[in-house]
Structures are given as C-alpha cells and as structure tokens.
Design a protein around this ligand. Structure first.
Ligand code: TYD
Length: 139
C-alpha cells in the first residue's frame, strides 16, 4: 500500500459555459483512471455535521462539490492534507488506502461521488486505529 495523500489530486473537469448556465462533463477513462461503477451524493447535511471518517481498501473515488463547499481531510497514516472543494468543475481524486473526513459543509452543499466499485461494506475500514495498523502492515 504505497498510496499517499499526494496521489489525491484535483482534476479539472470540462466545463461548457453558456449564457443560460454551465454544464460539466466527467467521462470515465478520459478524466479518470477508473471506470465509474457507482454514483452517489451527499446532501441535506445539517450544519456542523461531518461525513466520511473511514478509508477504503480498493475503492477510488472522484468527489465534486456539485453545489456549495466543504473541506476534505486526507490522511495516509503519515501525512495529512486538507482540500477545499467549492467548484463544480473540479474534482478531488481519492485513491485507495486513504482515510478521509468531510467537514465544514456549507448550507445546501452537495457532494457528488463517482466511484470505481459498487458498494461493498468489506472494503471499508471504519476505525482509525485499524486503518493505521492496515497501513503499517501493507507498507
Ligand atoms: P457511508 O459511506 O458510511 O457514509 P459517509 O462516508 O458519507 O459518512 O455510508 C452511510 C450509510 O449508507 C452506510 O450505512 C452504508 C450506506 N451506503 C450504501 O448502502 N451504499 C452506498 O453506495 C453508500 C455510499 C453508502
């Protein structure tokens, strides 16, 4: 497990600007290093609530602030970095093996997630201590 927070990069997405509004396109393989198998979105997040608080063993994701803004804390067991997402035409690639926390959602924020795999609870690590051990054992 060599992934690091520095592999989690911002990906600019194509934006077609129009007087009547904008459209942004994400295409698996073209924009991403994976095919999109699942899409989900977080919304109606009450003020002060956090999401995430887990890592994935195999899953890659692209997170987009489709509306509003939020911060993503990334942690690879050694390094931490915080990324603010506040534009629908930029996505954050989160590679496997990274602990993430989503915090400070603005009112009305929508976090759109494009995922490389279908939902699999066995792919989650939901305790930070177990995550640290997992990273240590797979270093
Ligand atoms: P979880 O991924 O823990 O949410 P977050 O990281 O945003 O805090 O998922 C919350 C609940 O929803 C959990 O019980 C699992 C379920 N869930 C699915 O059933 N399918 C899915 O695709 C996702 C993302 C979650």
């Amino acid at each position: 497990m060599r992934s690091s927070v520095y592999d989690c990069v911002i990906i600019p997405l194509r934006k077609i600007h129009n007087r009547a509004g904008n459209i942004t396109i994400v295409e698996g393989q073209k924009n991403l290093s994976f095919d999109i198998k699942r899409i989900y979105y977080l919304y109606d997040i009450p003020g002060g609530e956090d999401r995430g608080g887990h890592a994935h063993k195999e899953l890659s994701q692209l997170m987009v602030a489709a509306s509003g803004s939020f911060n993503v804390i990334l942690d690879d067991g050694i390094n931490r970095k915080v990324v603010m997402l506040n534009r629908p035409d930029y996505g954050l690639l989160v590679v496997p093996g990274i602990w993430r926390e989503l915090i400070e959602f603005s009112t009305g924020a929508v976090c759109l997630v494009l995922a490389s795999e279908v939902y699999l609870e066995d792919d989650y690590i939901r305790e930070h201590k177990i995550f640290k051990n997992y990273r240590f054992e797979n270093r």
